[in-house]
Ligand binder design. Structure first.
Ligand code: BEZ
Length: 390
């Protein structure tokens, strides 16, 4: 054997051994998942449901995704956009997480998307519908397992017009989610012959609705469209009912108005029509199993937020599996998620080019403690992803 060949073989053997041991070190290291969610304030229950759904999917996969165990980090974002950049940097810079899962509030999500874009950290958004996240801020490392604000509201506008409503007023919190939901509903409503006559707002998370309800009563529109969620939705639907308005003016909205809230809303929500990408008891085997397991694990009925958390973990699992557990294989990770069909409790969905679910939007009616599916308002609806260049 020549001296040169012997030196090369020895070097190759050392390199191969190092690579093998590096591979096994990677397999032993846990994937760090950072939850940035609201665990306090008006959206607290939504954050908990998302975490529950995510953890349940991981447990169903035997506690590992792509062969890697998961280590969790948590930040309560308080649904406060002013604290969002510091909070997300705690996960990125201090905890050095591999993946961020968050959040609920659109304003907070925009700061997270900016930080994820700059750092290259994978971000899976399990609720916040900010249109910009899969619009101008879209990026190869940003994915959404939920919806865009436009996507859940546009169909309600179409439905309201089909119900024969001509003149609607809107009422919502003054921040991206409310404003974009109103814009989406207006687009669907006015394209189909309706007219939005007045748009009322109040600051997030204010729940002093009385003056605005008085204004609605005086104007007597054919319908009212509103975006509220969590504890704010409970209070709004109850106040609307208590004011007597529900007897004469139907209250419509994206399904956040009545999802995860019916226990508290009781009588006040009965008969309400909403549009959303999930409904209670869809009746498919996939949904039945999900609902049974969730009720067993958490002694609670699941809602749309639990589904979105569950599907965020399914998306992460697909990417990690393809990348052999190595999230630094960014292109493999991303392409696998882009090509996947996610078997969600809501029904199968794929992702658009901008990484937002393309999904059926259901028309639901409140009956007892359930948002029952009446029909599919729009099948396979994709967000227009205005401004996304990817
Ligand atoms: C949002 O801020 O995007 C949002 C919050 C709660 C429910 C739905 C959307």
């Amino acid at each position: 054997m020549s001296k040169q060949w012997a030196t090369w073989s020895k070097a190759t053997a050392i390199a191969l051994a190092a690579a093998a041991s590096c591979g096994s070190v990677m397999a032993q290291e846990k994937i760090k998942v950072g939850f940035m969610l609201p665990f306090s304030g008006t959206y607290a229950a939504l954050g908990v449901a998302i975490e529950n759904g995510f953890r349940m999917q991981v447990a169903e996969q035997g506690g590992k995704l792509g062969g890697r165990e998961i280590e969790y980090f948590k930040v309560d974002d308080e649904s406060d956009p002013a604290k969002a950049t510091d909070n997300v940097n705690r996960l990125i810079k201090r905890d050095k997480v591999d993946v961020i899962v968050g959040t609920v509030h659109s304003g907070v999500a925009m700061a997270m998307a900016k930080a994820a874009k700059e750092s290259g950290t994978v971000l899976i958004v399990p609720n916040a519908g900010a249109d910009a996240v899969t619009g101008p801020m879209c990026a190869p490392n940003i994915f959404r397992s939920s919806f865009s604000n436009w996507q859940t509201a546009y169909p309600m506008g179409v439905v309201a017009a089909k119900e024969g409503k001509k003149n609607a007023m809107t009422i919502t919190w003054k921040y991206a989610a409310g404003e974009e939901a109103v814009a989406g509903m207006k687009e669907g409503f006015e394209k189909n012959g309706g007219k939005v006559s007045k748009q009322l707002t109040l600051p997030f998370p204010n729940v002093e609705f009385q003056a605005l309800l008085t204004e609605i009563a005086a104007a007597k529109p054919d319908a009212v469209f509103s975006f509220f969620a969590g504890a704010g939705a409970v209070k709004f639907v109850k106040d609307y009912h208590a004011s007597g308005l529900s007897k004469t003016i139907p209250l419509y909205g994206p399904g956040f108005l009545t999802d995860g809230t019916l226990e508290a809303q009781g009588e006040a929500a009965q008969g309400m029509l909403t549009t959303l990408h999930y409904a209670d008891e869809l009746g498919t085997p996939r949904d039945k199993t999900f609902r049974t397991n969730y009720a067993k694990n958490y002694k609670l009925q699941p809602d749309v937020y639990a589904v979105q958390g569950y599907d965020a973990a399914q998306m992460l699992a697909v990417g990690l599996k393809a990348a052999g557990g190595d999230i630094t294989k960014k292109d493999v990770f991303r392409t696998a998620i882009e090509k996947a069909t996610i078997a969600s409790p809501r029904g199968d969905f794929t992702l658009s080019k901008a990484h937002n679910p393309v999904q059926d939007i259901y028309l639901r009616k409140v009956d007892g403690k359930e948002n029952k599916k009446i029909s599919i308002a729009i099948k396979g609806l994709a967000d227009p992803a205005r401004g996304c260049r990817m």
